[in-house]
Design a protein around this ligand. Sequence first.
Ligand SMILES: C[S@@+](CC[C@H](N)C(=O)[O-])C[C@H]1O[C@@H](n2cnc3c(N)ncnc32)[C@H](O)[C@@H]1O
Length: 300
Amino acid sequence: MSADTVLEGARPPVPNYAFDPSDPWTTTMQSGLARAGLRGCHVYEVGVGSGTNVVFMLRECGAELVLGSDLDPRLAVLAKRFVEQAAPELHDRFRPIHGAVNLIDVPAALAETAEVDVVVACLPQVPDPYDAMCARFHVAQLSAPAGTVSQVADHIAHYYPWTSFHEYPYNAVGLGLIEALLRRVRAALPAAEVVLNLSCRAGKEVLLRLLRANHYRPEELASRIVRQHHGTDISFFVALEAAIGGTGYERDFVCEFYRDPHGYEPISAHEARERLAHPGEPVYHELCVLRGHPERQRWT
Ligand SMILES: C[S@@+](CC[C@H](N)C(=O)[O-])C[C@H]1O[C@@H](n2cnc3c(N)ncnc32)[C@H](O)[C@@H]1O
């Protein structure tokens, strides 16, 4: 079967790759959402994907209304269809925003966010290995091109265009898209909380700093060690590690990968990538769900 499946009656075609509800990223995110106090809230999910979280937030968390959009225009269609099938009694409390929506960057998305209490997202935190600037960074650090990743149907669920987010300081560690979201939400919805599903591959401390630097007080809602997806190219972290080597900051910045599923045996990004080349050698990393409480604006 081709990567895309035309679901009966749905036009345009919607992809069949969107997250499956048993995926550890989804279950971890839902553990966090369950603790996020969403009862009665208006929630906006950026990168709505399959709609799995929409049903979870309406049914299990008691959200009053969920809005959702995605960069892949097929996914709002898929999410709507999924909600109608999985929770017909709740479907009128989900409002998809159609079209290709980067973060909340289209007028329809911005207009819809006016009364949102919480923004939730699980967005890519690995730069696209095809990105020209990322590829140059790679060659400079490792004298070698990025890994052998091929562009598959769910490419935009795993990678983001690094160059486009160059102006954001945390882009340097693969968090440019997340920082851009924080800035957009802060500007459009200064009182809204954010709930983010984040990988700790560039270090958990960096995630906490990212939130604080963008005027959110971080609170951890859930955490779990998950297996590194075998299809995701982690060469960016190897290059990052190489870039830090010899600068004197090696202790301050450490990529966090593990050999074991309990997180007892840390390994370098370099070793993690070597292991991933062999099917029987799994690699793990921590995932955490962080809530950002907006700090009050100080007017001077
Ligand atoms: C890891 S998946 C999570 C999907 C969904 N939250 C779920 O659990 O089913 C990431 C999602 O973010 C979307 N995405 C990637 N880049 C985006 C961007 N710049 N703006 C909005 N959505 C984006 C992808 O298309 C994908 O649906």
